[in-house]
Design a protein around this ligand. Structure first.
Ligand SMILES: Nc1ncnc2c1ncn2[C@@H]1O[C@H](COP(=O)(O)OP(=O)(O)OP(=O)(O)O)[C@@H](O)[C@H]1O
Ligand SMILES: [Mg+2]
Length: 190
């Protein structure tokens, strides 16, 4: 474990299907980070689309613009020492990789993996039902592509582990990468 990253800002980027658990896991991680380091900021796709990306739709171009905007904000926050948590479907690999290149190191991609059938079963927002009925066009995983990361720093399988366990693995990864001081016994219950 190297120590050079302590106090560094970073971008923790959760990508995955709607309902995979990005927001759920990131909220637990956020709470943990707020208890351990000073500056934490969250950019959640649902909120970003009501302000920063208001007016953008779900074409590939608009989705990519959304991702690049989020990436830009994450970059300028993280370079000022902020721990940035992004939760966005971000379905296209090319746009995510562009953000990775722009941000450089300190970009940590977390693939929130969950079979589309399980996401559709959860149907947190009732959108899968509509998408499967053809009432929503271009819905990721149903009628629009999702391109999984080729080499994410971490993969969470939310159909196989509880949210707390997923969050614990994210924190452990941040410790392993040197962004967080390891705290033994932390959340070891799971
Ligand atoms: N291991 C798990 N990790 C995360 N969520 C889980 C897990 N197991 C079950 N769930 C449930 O799955 C749902 C995930 O919904 P959530 O809103 O977090 O997804 P999301 O990826 O943010 O979707 P969207 O892209 O639509 O915002 C929640 O209802 C959560 O309780
Ligand atoms: Mg969400």
């Amino acid at each position: 474990m190297e120590n050079g990253k302590l106090g560094h800002g970073f971008t923790l980027w959760f990508t995955g299907l709607s309902g995979a658990g990005k927001t759920t896991v990131s909220e637990i991680v956020e709470k943990e980070l707020r208890g351990r380091i000073g500056n934490v900021e969250v950019l959640d796709g649902d909120i970003v689309r009501t302000n920063l990306s208001k007016g953008l739709g779900f074409s590939r171009a608009d989705r990519d613009t959304n991702v690049l905007r989020i990436g830009f904000v994450a970059k300028i926050l993280a370079r000022n020492g902020v721990a940035v948590i992004v939760s966005a479907i971000s379905p296209y690999k090319e746009a995510r990789d562009q953000v990775r290149r722009d941000i450089g190191e300190d970009f940590i991609e977390v693939f929130v993996s969950c079979p589309v059938e399980v996401c559709a079963e959860r149907d947190v927002k009732g959108l899968y039902k509509k998408a499967l009925a053809g009432e929503i066009q271009g819905f990721t995983g149903v009628s629009d592509p999702y391109e999984p990361p080729a080499a994410p720093e971490l993969t969470l399988k939310t159909d196989e582990e509880e949210p707390e366990e997923s969050a614990r693995r994210v924190i452990a990864k941040l410790e392993e990468l040197g962004y967080l001081e390891p705290v033994e016994k932390l959340n070891q219950a799971s």
